[in-house]
Write a protein that binds this ligand. Sequence first.
Ligand SMILES: CCCCCCCCCCCC(=O)SCCNC(=O)CCNC(=O)[C@H](O)C(C)(C)COP(=O)(O)OP(=O)(O)OC[C@H]1O[C@@H](n2cnc3c(N)ncnc32)[C@H](O)[C@@H]1OP(=O)(O)O
Length: 167
Amino acid sequence: MPIPDTSRHTPASMDANPNIEKRASHCFGCGPANPQGLHLVFTTDTSNPDIPVATTQFQLDRLHEGPPGYIHGGIVATLLDEAMSKLNRPLNVLAMTRHMEIDYLHPVPLYQSLVLTSRHLSREGRKLFHRAEIQRPDGTVLARAKGLFIVIDARLLALAGLTQPES
Ligand SMILES: CCCCCCCCCCCC(=O)SCCNC(=O)CCNC(=O)[C@H](O)C(C)(C)COP(=O)(O)OP(=O)(O)OC[C@H]1O[C@@H](n2cnc3c(N)ncnc32)[C@H](O)[C@@H]1OP(=O)(O)O
């Protein structure tokens, strides 16, 4: 069996912890404890509690390069997915991405501060519909996504060995 490269793989030391918020500290998009993660920190506008909006600024470097000088398309998808997932907690649900579609409108540059924003669109039962965009500071939209998130219930969480977050 191959030996994991410890410079790239961190120990699964949190795996016994059933608290979803502690386990989420290694989320590739937003987990502060993931040394190789994107460390995105969002602010969430809930002034209209039915339509939360999440926003962050970010800047990536060649670690996440795809086309020379630009962010890899899979990372662009990650950014958009992460932004949309940040709308679920303000809506008081745990949910996972079921479907997302992306328009890659322009290459997304490395080494530039960019704006990532998401907005809740609508809900039909367990189905949450969100959208997200990556913009230049001048408002030019470089990529946008629509996502369908499905609310996870306590039974599904328990199957994964996890407990609900404290409200
Ligand atoms: C555990 C850790 C938790 C952790 C929770 C926190 C995690 C946050 C992470 C950030 C977000 C991610 O990246 S999450 C990681 C990426 N996502 C995943 O790994 C999810 C993998 N998928 C799944 O586990 C499952 O498919 C679920 C749980 C998402 C849903 O399964 P399900 O409960 O069986 O639901 P299913 O019947 O398939 O679909 C629900 C409804 O959506 C409809 N539907 C399906 N596709 C479409 C579509 N393209 N357009 C319209 N509607 C659609 C179906 O017809 C149905 O409608 P109707 O018949 O009900 O009307």
